[in-house]
Design a protein around this ligand. Structure first.
Ligand SMILES: *Cc1c(COP(=O)(O)O)cnc(C)c1O
Length: 392
């Protein structure tokens, strides 16, 4: 199956050219690692961008979630509520701490945590005297969850929120930046995210003392003493000064990247949304999604194709696309975890997984590349429609 066609990737790094200035500065001053002026400036600049009181730069988004759980005092046996439809990194840190995840379904308007399911879970937990130590709310593919409803429920039950905004940096909810709705917010600068440091993450909060504690924990929890003294478990989670330089150059163009991803989405939508049986991930009124990935669902009965058929056809054309995240409550890793669905007997996240797919969405994608993706999808669908007509 050789294929000469140039590969189209799901989401590639997109450098601005401004990164090298900060990296050169680091080289000139031999401030390669760890920490240093780029780290301090990147933290400050990101905090300013999202309008949070502070930020702590770390080695990954996963590390940021882990630190947030630590800072909230999560211990073995505690319960943590978490969105089910997400990447495993949202929940792995719960297991690092020996805590127990309870997964919450999505609702159809944002594909994110269902306030209805969350309320059920909170009421049950309260009755059983096992309220969660925290909830991890994810903003999938850039779309904010229904934060008003979720924040108000969490206030009512006095449960702190960790907002997993790994995919939603640059998005807004009612004018407020995604990632700033909880006690802690986290971002990821992994290679495929909207901006990247090749690998990295950020913890944000309005509690600057907690962020100082995060920096302490992230540098092996070294006590203030002339010798190396430690009285608690620490981690090696800080971001290097070089990578923070990349981050500074990326942050300068974040708004451009959001515009570009939204333009990619709009082209797909224009070409495909009139097809009955294709439905794009909605954008909740009052929110702006960064459209990190263009996601859609297909009606398999209407179109007589499966997401696997489309993914296969795209792969044959050397185009990388992906299924929607497999919900965590369906993962073997979380076999025994409790799960609350949006409606009794109807799991929204299961449906989204069964029928969904993500299209290549990089901000550096060309219009020609998008045409290739669109034509491939149209071909699969039309081909099947023709076959169907022959059957009549
Ligand atoms: C990417 C991602 C993470 C993890 O970020 P890393 O920087 O790769 O550790 C966490 N949650 C979600 C939803 C993600 O997409």
């Amino acid at each position: 199956m050789s294929n000469q066609k140039e590969r189209i990737h799901l989401s590639l790094p997109h450098m601005s050219g401004r990164e090298s200035k900060y990296i050169d500065q680091a080289f000139e001053t031999n401030w390669i690692a760890p920490l240093g002026p780029n780290v301090d400036a990147f933290e400050q600049e990101l905090a300013e961008y999202v309008e949070a009181q502070g930020a702590a730069a770390v080695s990954s988004g996963t590390a940021a979630i882990h630190l947030a759980l630590r800072l909230l005092g999560v211990k073995k046996g505690d319960t943590i509520f978490c969105s089910s439809l997400t990447f495993v990194a949202s929940a792995n840190p719960i297991l690092y701490e020996g805590a127990t995840p309870v997964f919450i379904d999505s609702e159809p308007e944002t594909w994110n945590m269902s306030p209805q399911a969350l309320e059920k879970a909170l009421i049950d937990a309260k009755r059983e005297n096992s309220l969660p130590k925290a909830i991890v709310v994810v903003n999938l593919y850039g779309q904010s969850a229904k934060m008003d409803e979720i924040v108000s429920l969490c206030q009512k039950f006095d449960v702190p929120i960790i907002e997993d905004a790994a995919e939603s940096l640059g998005s807004t909810y009612k004018g407020k930046k995604s990632g700033t709705f909880g006690k802690f917010g986290i971002y990821s600068f992994n290679g495929n995210k909207i901006i990247t440091t090749s690998g990295g993450g950020m913890l944000v909060s309005n509690d600057v003392e907690a962020l100082d504690k995060a920096r302490f924990l992230a540098t092996q929890a070294r006590d203030p003493a002339p010798h190396y003294q430690h009285s608690q478990i620490g981690f090696n989670y800080r971001m290097s000064n070089l990578l923070a330089g990349v981050g500074r150059g990326q942050l300068e163009v974040l708004d451009d990247r959001v515009r570009a991803r939204r333009a990619v989405f709009e082209r797909y939508e224009k070409a495909l949304s009139s097809i009955e049986g294709i439905q794009f991930m909605p954008e909740l009124e009052g929110t702006v999604s960064n459209r990190w990935l263009t996601a859609l669902t297909i009606d398999q009965d209407k179109l007589k194709v499966t997401p696997t058929d489309i993914l296969g056809a795209l792969e044959n054309e050397n185009i990388e696309a992906r299924p929607v995240w497999k919900p965590l409550h369906l993962q073997p890793l979380f076999d025994s975890a409790k799960y609350y669905s949006h409606d009794d007997g109807k799991s929204v996240s299961d449906d989204l997984f069964m029928n969904g797919l993500c299209l290549p969405s990089g901000s550096n994608m060309t219009a020609e590349q998008q045409v290739r993706v669109i034509e491939t999808i149209l071909k699969v669908i039309k081909k099947v429609i023709k076959k169907d007509e022959c059957n009549c």
